[in-house]
Structure formats: C-alpha cells, structure tokens
Design a protein around this ligand. Structure first.
Ligand SMILES: Nc1ncnc2c1ncn2[C@@H]1O[C@H](COP(=O)(O)OP(=O)(O)OP(=O)(O)O)[C@@H](O)[C@H]1O
Length: 607
C-alpha cells in the first residue's frame, strides 16, 4: 500500500546552508540589510506619493561592561505589519518584492527578490532582532529570529519606535565579535560604501557625535540622465572613487543599450594591457553593488576598458554576486559593445590618436575582425617600415602600391636591398599586421598592399656582363660544387647598396628544412632518426641563394685576385656564414666548422 508522506525540513540546517555556504564573503549581511532598507523606502514612496524623505542610519554600539558589539541598522521605510511578518519574515524564500525572475517582473524597482537575504545575518550573529513600525497599520512589533529556526513576535508600545520604519539589531558573534571596535567601524564604513555607493537613499554611519554621509559623492548616479548631467571631471572622479584612486583615468565612454535599462561608463585604462588579460568589470543591479568581477557583460575585445555598469534587467544568481550567463547578458554585452564602437568612431582625431597609441595592439586585434572599424581607423594605425614607424595615412600619401613581408626575418633579410630600390616595404611580421594589410585590400577595393617574399628581391639584381660571366664561369661552378653540401647556390651579380657584399635568400621551405636538420643534430640518436625521416627528399627542397654583389669592393677584389679556387672558396664560405649570422639563422654544426676552417685558410693564404 502506498502512503503519501511529506519531506521534513531541518530549518536550522537550511539556515546554516543559506547563511554560511551561499555567499563567498561573510560581509554580505551589510548588503542584505542595505538592500532591505532601500527596498522598504522605495515601497513607502510607492505607497505614499507624498513621502520624499528616506534614509538609512547605521550605528555600531559597544557595551562598556561586557565589550559586546551590536549593529543597529535603521531605515524609515514602509515597515511590516503582523501579517507581513508571518508571510515574509517567518517563511524562508518568501519575498514581498515580486517575481523571482528579474527581467520578467512588472515591478522592477526592488533589489530583493528571493526572500533569503536576511538569513545572511546568521553568519555574524545567532539572533536577529527587528523592531518595525508599519506605515500601513501604525503598529510597532518586535520579531526575534533565531539561528536554530525558531522565532517570536511581540507587540511593543509606540514609544519604542515612534517613527515609521524598521531597525535591525545584530549582536556580533564569532570572530567579528573579537575584532577591535575601531577596525570593525572602519570595515563597516568600507562595506557600506562598496555596496551602497550608488544607492539613491542617503546612508549615514554614526561616528561618535558625527554622522558620516557614506554615499555623498557618488549617490547621484542611478540613471543614464544622471550620468550625462555630470561634468567630465565628475565622471572621472566617480571612476576613481568606484574603481580605486590609483587608476589615473583620463578618458571614458558613456554607453547604453537601446532601452537605457543598462548603461555604463567604460574608462579607458591609461596603459597598454595584454590582449589576453582577464578584464573584470564592476556592476550594479538596481543601484546595488553586485560584483567587481563581472566578466561577460562587456565584449572580450573591450579589454582596454575598465567598466562600471548599472543595470535593471540582468538576472542575479541567488548569492547576488554574479549574473546568469543567459541571452539577456549576451544581448547587453553586444549592445554595450556596439555603443562603444559607435563612440570610438565619433571621437575627435587627437583623442582617437591617443587611444590608438596606448592600445594599438588591442585595436589591431579588433580591426582584424571588424571590417567596419578597420575602415574607420586604418589611416591612424602605424606599422614598422623601412623608415621606422609610420602611419598608413603617411604611407598611402606617398605610394599607390605598398609591399609587406610575412615575417620579421624576411623583412630583415631584404630591407637594405629593397630600401636601395626605394620601394615602400612594411614589416608585416608583428602581431595582426599582415592580416590587417591583406584585409585592407578588400576594404579599399583594390590591391594596394602586396605580399613581398624574400625571393622577390631578385628584381633588384642585374646580371654580370657577358665577358664577366665567361671569365668567372669555371670558378663559380667550382664554388657551387663545394657549397652544394650546404644546400646553397652561389650567384654573382650586381645590386645596391654597394656596401653590402652578399645577400642570403631562402624560401620558407628551405628554412624549415634547415631547422629540422639543426634540431636533429642537437638531439639524441632515436629522436634524430625520427626527425631525419621527417626531412624531405633532397631534390624536393629548393636551394637557398647566396648572392654576391660585384659592386662591392670585397667581392670584386676576391674574384679578381687571381688566387686559387680553394682560397676564394674560403672567403665565400666565410661570407656565407656571415650572411647566416646577419639573417639571425642559427648555425648548424658543419657551418660553425666552416667558418673556422675558412678563416684559417685565409690566414694561411696571407702568409
Ligand atoms: N527593513 C525592512 N523593512 C520592511 N520589510 C523588510 C525589511 N527587511 C526585510 N523585510 C521583509 O522581509 C522579506 C524578506 O527579506 P529578505 O532580505 O530575506 O529577502 P528579500 O529582500 O525579499 O529577497 P532577497 O533574498 O533577494 O534579498 C522582504 O521581502 C521584506 O518583505
């Protein structure tokens, strides 16, 4: 026979889970109390259109005799009636503030939602004492909730709380209870600012006889209009007070989505940051601080900004320390990204240049993916050229066709020779440069940027005269037989500049083959064999070229010296190794030997 049973709920266990294991920080009780006080004031305003005051007053008291410390958290919000206490305070997960889903609720002005926040107070106390004067009934009630899951309600005389509103008393327990009073007071001030900086309700902390106005400087901001009303200096000041004084902020963008339900200030980080840096943003939900580690709320490419976001539409997780990664978050991130791009496009020239100078890598990364943005910023992007660093604007004003290399090494190999031909050449070997130039051809609708490979440098060479060819034919063929062991062909011709004696040019395939051979030499037998088997068949690898410049004095005097082929070969071998070193190619073992032998040979020939 089946029998229907009910689950038993262990209330003390539930409270322990919610209060001790839901939140990552034990100070969230400050946030929950701020949130309840603010919601109660907002509820009172909705209930009574004439009520325009509203404030939260916090005090830390210490019992002189016992040293025990008590937190008093008072608001002049709507208060609670006896029925409301039963439904909302005494029932876990019951809230007076509407639907649990943020975006779906018609009433979006409240911060609370889940009906569990007050339980976080049990992290720092064993009993919550709440005295409330309801605006609706005028009754004054005391509610005492215990961490063991029990509670008691008493009616109190009006004199106990003559003003409408609620005061929560927490008598500190655990390690907080033993914290020094001044330190606890300072911590409290810090947490009140962290969580409540953007709340519209003034928050005061009693400090002896003084009342510290916690959110005085920052409480103006809760809407896009508030933000636009601030001066530039005020927006920068806001950034410093929310993100930290050490940020040295100079520029910012005010962003928003179409509805205006999410808006932000994206502060430009004043120094270059890695494109892979994890950029964390600070977010407020209905003006209440959520986290300063929110990631997905801005697109990844916006890593050069540190953003403060205010939203009314994102769904917080129950701990309220993050947002759900759902479609709404995706939409917000896209909209803020689009808004940022639009603003970058509208920037005055000088400011844009400054931004690009600081974050050129970020913008190059961005321009690689975003044709629109590339079209807009390309004149300001700068590249390494034969003349140092130049912007595309300058380059394009000087030439209709601009060449670029794929790698830094290639650029290095041919730079001097290409410079002598007065051909514009960009070093496309740095991050994003070659892909950007390739993409720019599409954007500009014609092939302005042409890839230049090392082999293409041949255009700068002039052959020997016919009689010179004949005179050196035998010598060259002898030299080439000797150099065949190094997979290089010696070619004698004329090129500029004259002071360069030789130029070593190899294709990427030849370079890859050299590298394999070099690593195989340095490895143990087994690994060397494996690498050996990876090497291509000898015939299939094109030979590298060692061009010797007959304009050059050294080359000319060696070839016309009348010395033996062996002596001339020694000089050519030394020139070959020198060319490898100048091109930053690591030497193979036999090349190191070659250098030494060549020098010895030359010394002998001089005797
Ligand atoms: N200072 C207060 N004034 C008036 N009502 C209050 C006050 N504090 C708490 N309440 C009532 O107690 C209920 C429960 O509060 P609790 O902080 O546990 O949850 P919540 O604020 O509704 O939601 P959340 O868990 O999202 O914070 C609230 O919905 C509200 O009705």
């Amino acid at each position: 026979m089946s029998q229907e049973n009910r689950f038993q709920v262990n209330l003390a266990g539930m409270i322990d889970i919610l209060s001790n294991h839901l939140y990552s920080d034990q100070n969230v009780y400050v946030r929950e109390l701020l949130q309840n006080g603010t919601d109660a004031i907002r509820a009172r305003r909705l209930w009574d259109a004439d009520f325009d005051a509203g404030e939260i007053e916090v005090a830390l008291l210490q019992d002189k005799a016992t040293g025990s410390k008590t937190l008093c958290f008072a608001d002049n919000g709507i208060g609670l009636t006896a029925d409301e206490i039963e439904v909302f305070l005494a029932t876990i997960a019951s809230s007076s503030k509407g639907e649990k889903n943020f975006g779906d609720s018609a009433e979006q002005s409240f911060i609370g939602r889940f009906g569990i926040g007050l339980l976080s107070c049990f992290v720092v106390t064993t009993e919550i004492r709440l005295i409330t004067h309801s605006a609706k009934t005028g009754t004054v009630l005391e509610w005492r909730g215990n961490g063991d899951g029990t509670y008691a309600i008493n009616e109190l005389p009006l004199s106990e709380r003559p003003e409408v509103g609620t005061t929560v008393y927490l008598s500190y327990q655990n390690d907080i209870a033993t914290t020094d009073f001044a330190e606890l007071h300072e911590n409290l001030r810090e947490y009140l600012f962290q969580y409540g900086a953007c709340l519209e309700v003034p928050i005061y902390l009693l400090d002896g006889r003084k009342r510290l106005w916690i959110n005085e400087r920052s409480n103006g901001v809760g809407s896009l209009a508030d933000l636009h009303a601030l001066s530039r200096a005020q927006v920068l000041q806001l950034g410093r007070s929310l993100l930290g004084d050490d940020m040295r902020l100079q520029d910012y963008f005010i962003l928003s989505n179409e509805t205006g339900n999410t808006f932000a200030v994206a502060y430009v980080i004043p120094f270059a940051v890695s494109t892979h840096a994890r950029r964390l943003h600070r977010a407020y939900l209905n003006r209440m601080f959520v986290s300063d580690e929110v990631e997905a709320v801005m697109p990844e490419w916006a890593f050069f900004t540190q953003t403060v976001i205010w939203t009314q539409e994102l769904q917080p997780v129950a701990s309220r320390e993050a947002f759900y990664h759902n479609e709404a978050l995706e939409r917000v991130s896209q909209a803020l990204g689009a808004s940022l791009k639009q603003q970058i496009k509208a920037m005055p020239e000088k400011q844009l240049q400054r931004l690009l100078n600081t974050h050129y890598l970020a913008f190059k990364a961005l321009a690689c993916e975003d044709r629109d943005l590339l079209q807009f910023i390309y004149p300001h992007l700068s590249f390494r050229t034969l003349n140092g660093e130049e912007t595309l604007q300058t380059l394009l004003s000087q030439s209709d066709v601009i060449y670029y290399t794929h790698s830094v090494d290639e650029f290095r190999q041919i730079a001097d020779v290409v410079r002598a031909q007065q051909v514009p050449l960009v070093n496309g070997g740095y991050a994003y440069d070659a892909p950007i130039l390739k993409r720019l051809n599409e954007v500009l609708g014609r092939e302005v940027f042409k890839l230049f490979q090392a082999e293409d440098v041949e255009f700068a060479f002039q052959p020997l005269f016919a009689e010179e060819e004949r005179a050196f034919a035998t010598l060259l063929s002898g030299l080439n037989t000797r150099m065949a062991a190094y997979q290089v062909q010696v070619v004698l011709n004329y090129f500029s500049p004259h002071n360069i004696p030789m130029l070593y040019i190899s294709s990427q395939q030849t370079q890859a083959e050299r590298e394999l051979e070099r690593v195989a030499e340095a490895s143990n037998d087994l690994f060397g064999d494996i690498l050996g088997s990876l090497q291509a068949e000898e015939e299939s690898v094109p030979l590298a070229q060692l061009y010797l410049n007959f304009h050059n004095e050294v080359v000319q005097s060696v070839f016309c010296s009348g010395k033996s082929e062996a002596t001339i070969a020694s000089v050519v071998e030394v020139l070959y190794v020198q060319a490898l070193l100048m091109g930053h190619y690591p030497l193979k073992q036999d090349e190191v030997k070659l250098m030494n032998q060549g020098l010895l040979q030359i010394i002998k020939a001089m005797k």
